[in-house]
Each structure stands twice: as C-alpha cells, then as structure tokens.
Design a protein around this ligand. Structure first.
Ligand code: 5GP
Length: 184
C-alpha cells in the first residue's frame, strides 16, 4: 500500500499543533520538518521544530529546487524540504503542517496528497482563543483574524474540512479520513 502525504492547515490558534501531536502518538506517521527563516521561539529545537536557516540559505535552496513548496508568511519564509519528505514517504505516511498557499502548491505538484483544513467552530471562538493566550497585541490578533478569513476562503480547494470544536472528535475524524483514503 502506498504511503500517504497528509497536509494539515488551519488558522493560527485553531489547535493544529495539539492535533498533530495526538496523531503522532496514535499512528505511525512521520512529521515533516520545515525550513524557516524566522528565529526560533523559546523551547524550539533546530532540526526538530524547524530547520532554522538564513534567508540566503533559503533562497539558495529555492534556486536549487530543494523545496516541495515554500511561501512567505508574516514576512518569514517557510518551505518543505523535498528530499526529506520523499525519504520519509518511503517508510510511512507523512504529515505536513503548513499554511494554505503552500498546501495548494503541494496539491498541484502531488495531486494524490490529502488536504485537510482544520477550522475553529466560529471566528468568535478563535478570537477568544487568541486573546486567551495573552501574548498577542490587538494589532497582531487583527492580522491573524484577517489571515483566518483568507484561509477559510480557500476551504473549498481542500479535500476535507474538520471543525475543531472537540479535540478528541477532531483527531478521530482525521484518523478516519486517513484510513478511508488508504483504503481507496
Ligand atoms: P509558525 O511561525 O507559527 O511556526 O508558523 C506559521 C505558519 O507557517 C503556520 O501556519 C504553519 O503551518 C506554516 N508553515 C510551517 N512550515 C511551513 C512550510 O514548510 N511551508 C508552508 N507553506 N507553511 C509552513
């Protein structure tokens, strides 16, 4: 059976990270590690959270065709290393956790990739979650809400949409989607 490339996207604060961690605990999936030019946040490890590289290195990688996709998000570059994903796919299903523009590029390059968008129950709920973090300025939150609207506007181009109103239910739903895709 061929291994699947599963692409998860969704607005910031929707709980993608928690969902991915649950999936990794429950199934034999490999998580792709992206390259980024943004500086590491506290607790992030190079090679695990991301490969943290300079803009020069990133641009060189683009020129050399090293990315399956890449995009610029809030002024930083993010890209999926092509070789890394190809190698992981030999062994198991692979999860990419990337934003919508990158996800749609992956779909163009690899039509059999399964695109899943995770959405909050409502915009209001997401705003509440972002404000609850207490780490974001009003301006930043407004930027994220605007970005959320853009991401939602692309949802029809995704294969599946999962609403994260309950973590357990959302994880189970994604597992079922993956299982059914593997059967077909
Ligand atoms: P953060 O800086 O919060 O870790 O990630 C910001 C956004 O970049 C998130 O939506 C995340 O899904 C996305 N992202 C992470 N890695 C990649 C990647 O390799 N390619 C693309 N297109 N987006 C990515």
């Amino acid at each position: 059976m061929k291994n699947l490339l599963i692409v998860l996207s969704g607005p910031s604060g929707v709980g993608k990270g928690t969902i991915v961690n649950e999936l990794l605990k429950r199934g034999n999936y490999a998580l792709s590690v992206s390259c980024t030019t943004r500086p590491p946040r506290e607790g992030e490890t190079d090679g695990k959270s991301y490969f943290f590289i300079s803009k020069e290195e990133f641009l060189k990688n683009i020129r050399e065709g090293g990315f399956l996709e890449y995009s610029v998000h809030f002024e930083n570059y993010y890209g999926t290393p092509k070789k890394f994903v190809e190698n992981r796919l030999e062994e198991s299903d692979v999860i990419l956790e990337i934003e919508v523009d990158g996800a749609l590029s992956v779909k163009k390059a690899i039509p059999e990739a399964v695109l899943i968008m995770i959405l909050p129950p409502s915009e209001q709920e997401l705003r509440k979650r972002l404000e609850g973090r207490g780490t974001e300025s009003e301006e930043k939150i407004a930027g994220r809400i605007e970005r959320m609207r853009y991401e939602i506007s692309k949802k029809d181009e995704y294969d599946y949409v999962v609403v994260n109103d309950d973590l357990e239910a959302a994880v189970c739903r994604i597992q079922k989607i993956i299982e059914s895709c593997k059967e077909n």
